[in-house]
Design a protein around this ligand. Sequence first.
Ligand code: S3P
Length: 173
Amino acid sequence: MNTQPRSIVLLGFMGTGKTAVGRVLARRLDRRFVDLDQQVEERAGCSIAALFETAGEAAFRKLEREAVRDIRDQPGLVVATGGGVVLDPRNLADLAAGGRLVCLCATPETILRRVRHHTTRPLLRTADPLARIRELLAAREPLYDRIPLRVATDGLTPEQVADVILEAPGIQP
Ligand code: S3P
């Protein structure tokens, strides 16, 4: 019998806290933390911003898909995904097969506040990032809606979000 617990996979838009919460969860559960964006950067040999600039979004999505396939059969991880991982339905299916999906959400205003000092997100490099966030959120909402377990992170610290997740049904083995 496989006694390894299922991975916990955090999804959701940019700036909803996936990486920060993932690190807290991994520490508390004594599990390995995997950041899919970091896996992509390692494969690409450059930052995500540089990858978008030199090879385009499609090249990024291809490496993101490979990174998902790489971790899908590994149990017992805490995984933080990139906000656009849901765009490929195969990713969602693979991640759901091996893990428990948790979608983090936040309002566009919270997201802007959290990401505005970062220059690492090519999709938000625009004159009006709030409008861009609203537009991308509207397009992706139906995809995030497929994940039954959703946690609003507005006004919460990563520790508090981790508390909520750890109390959710089916998270603890
Ligand atoms: C993206 C989100 C980013 C990163 C890339 C594309 C997206 O990850 O994967 O810039 O399409 O929403 P975070 O959600 O960790 O910022």
